[in-house]
Design a protein around this ligand. Structure first.
Ligand code: AMP
Length: 193
């Protein structure tokens, strides 16, 4: 299984990614988590990424693409993976296509987790209180939602054209949303076979 999980900040992607990846026995790869780990270690990558993350902007494509290409070449990705939060720009879509082509593989499905903007802000503010993420402040949240709408939301249409997209309502308890995602994936695989 080679899957992508897309959705606006606050849609609950991270939680779902871990549950879905576990179900399929594949690694969940969150570019946000990898960047945060690098920021915590103050690695060169972390020092580059931090300024963008703190402002709610995307880390530049060449930096992000190199990081993902490296991670996907790890042995645990040979039989599948779930990418959470990548690709987020058209250039990243192109890079992922090139990586997959080099490995003579292809995506099986792209899941878009949707939620209404008011709910997203409410969830992000709750997470800010619970986790103290520096990019969960009012102003940065607004910016992250704007950047998502401008740069990432249009990618869904591309994957829909390729017949890969499954859209799922992200509103509701975690296990209910996880079931929706699994049903959508089953429907997708039986439609494609
Ligand atoms: P996330 O945890 O997925 O919300 O990501 C947190 C932050 O990491 C984002 O706001 C970006 O600054 C950065 N980031 C994560 N994934 C990407 C990506 N695919 N491209 C660029 N920046 C990213």
């Amino acid at each position: 299984m080679r899957l992508l999980l897309m959705g606006p900040p606050g849609a609950g992607k991270g939680t779902q990614a871990v549950a879905i990846a576990e179900r399929f026995g594949i690694p969940a790869i969150s570019t946000g988590d990898i960047f945060r780990a690098n920021v915590a270690q103050q690695s060169p990558l972390g020092r580059t990424a931090q300024q963008y993350m703190d402002a709610g902007e995307y880390v530049p494509d060449e930096v992000t693409n190199a990081m993902v290409a490296g991670r996907l070449s790890d042995p645990d990705c040979a039989d599948g993976f779930l990418l959470d939060g990548y690709p987020r720009t058209l250039q990243q879509v192109d890079e992922l296509d090139a990586i997959l082509e080099r490995g003579d593989t292809a995506l099986d499905a792209v899941v878009l987790v949707e939620a209404d903007p008011g709910e997203l802000v409410r969830r992000l503010m709750l997470r800010a209180e619970a986790q103290g993420r520096v990019d969960d402040t009012d102003e940065v949240i607004r910016r992250r939602l704007e950047v998502y709408a401008a740069e990432t939301a249009p990618l869904a249409a591309q994957y829909a054209e390729r017949g890969l997209l499954a859209t799922v309502d992200g509103l509701g308890p975690v296990d209910v949303v996880a079931e929706r995602i699994l049903s959508a994936l089953v429907a997708k695989s039986s439609a494609g076979s």
